[in-house]
Each structure stands twice: as C-alpha cells, then as structure tokens.
Write a protein that binds this ligand. Structure first.
Ligand SMILES: Cc1cc2nc3c(=O)[nH]c(=O)nc-3n(C[C@H](O)[C@H](O)[C@H](O)COP(=O)(O)O)c2cc1C
Length: 185
C-alpha cells in the first residue's frame, strides 16, 4: 500500500475480530514502529505485547486499581474494566524510557515514541489490520505500570489495540491544516 493511502485511510478501529494474530504479523508492526526518528538514537520505546491470558490479567489489574481509586463506582464499572483488554486479540502497551543523560530531553523521547506508535498504526492500516490507540487513566495508573514492568515515573503513552477488522469504514474527511497553519516568508 502506498504511504498516502495508509495515511488517509487510517482510522481508529473500534471493533476487531477476536481471532489471534500470527506472531510474525505482530513483529512486523513492531518493526515498523522502531523505524521512527529518535533524538541521539536512544531508541526510547518499550513495548509490552499482551495476548491471550495476559490480557485477562491486565483486566484484573485495571479493575482492582479502579476499585482502589473509585470504590463508589457501581459493579458494572469494574466488570467493564476487567474485560476492556479483551476487546482485541493483541494489546500493545507502549512506554517511554526516562532520559539517562542530560542532552536527551524527556519530551523528545515522548515525541519519538509517539512517532513509533503512528508508524505502527500506519503499518497496521497497510497490512489490512484494525488498530486503535488508547490511553485513559490506565496509562497513568501505578498498578498497571507495575504489572507491565514499567517504572512508576515512566510515561505509558499508548495501549494499541490490534486485530482483524470487523468492517472497513468509509474514509473520513478530516478538518484541514489551514486554520492550524501560519505561513512565514
Ligand atoms: C495520545 C492518544 C490517546 C488516545 N486515547 C484514546 C482513548 O483513551 N480512547 C479512545 O477511544 N481513543 C483514544 N485515542 C484515539 C482518538 O480518539 C482518535 O484518534 C480520534 O478520535 C480520531 O479518530 P481517528 O484516529 O479515526 O482519526 C487516542 C489517541 C491519541 C493520539
């Protein structure tokens, strides 16, 4: 698929099939991810690929954490949190390394990892997969970070849900760049 086609046709795919993805396909997505630019070549991306039972465990952690923070929530909220990671056969949690030397800025590492996420989404689009970038309060949750093996002060910037699409939506026409652009000559 041509790059512009992937860019224009990419969309957040809410519904994907439960069918497992071959590991080779997941690796192809990750390989596309790590082609992203990154300052000082520090490769600040960390991926945790959750499939099968691991998604259930993540759901348990999410529900337990929600209970800690919002004990007033109705039972349905915890039930919903528990099954959230089961909405796709693959969930890729994406974390950012903290800079280990002064010349590398945290914001630059975050930018590099966001670029990796976008590469991954475009690769998914080109491969005919459905993907969605999600965050929510789970991305900032200490228990979730610990479960995933991240330091508690590390940024988790994405949970990328991927699977075979249930349907192919019509391409959307997005708002123009024009009201967001200043030309200086
Ligand atoms: C940093 C980031 C966080 C996001 N978090 C969520 C999320 O928690 N839940 C969600 O439904 N979508 C999330 N999205 C996806 C956006 O909602 C989506 O990109 C937007 O609605 C535009 O739709 P499109 O991707 O189809 O163009 C996130 C996107 C980004 C870049």
């Amino acid at each position: 698929m041509e790059v512009f086609e992937a860019i224009y046709h990419r969309h957040s795919q809410k519904k994907v099939k439960p069918d497992a993805l071959p590991r080779a396909l997941i690796e192809k997505l990750l390989d596309a991810g790590v082609q992203a630019p990154n300052h000082y070549k520090v490769r600040p991306w960390r991926f945790v690929v959750l499939t099968g039972e691991a998604r259930k465990k993540l759901g348990e952690v999410m529900a337990a954490s929600q209970l800690d923070h919002h004990p007033e929530f109705p039972q349905e909220a915890f039930d919903k949190a528990r099954v959230t990671p089961l909405q796709a056969p693959v969930v890729i949690a994406v974390g950012v390394d903290k800079p280990s030397e002064p010349k590398v800025l945290e914001i630059e590492n975050v930018c590099a990892v966001a670029a990796a996420c976008q590469n991954l989404l475009l690769a998914a689009q080109a491969m005919g997969l459905g993907a969605k970038w999600r965050t929510g309060e789970w991305a900032r949750d200490v228990k979730v970070k610990e479960f995933l093996g991240f330091d508690t002060d590390q940024h988790v910037i994405a949970f990328i849900y991927v699977g075979y699409p249930e349907f192919i939506p019509e391409p959307v026409i997005r708002p123009s760049f024009r009201d967001r652009t200043l030309w200086m000559e």
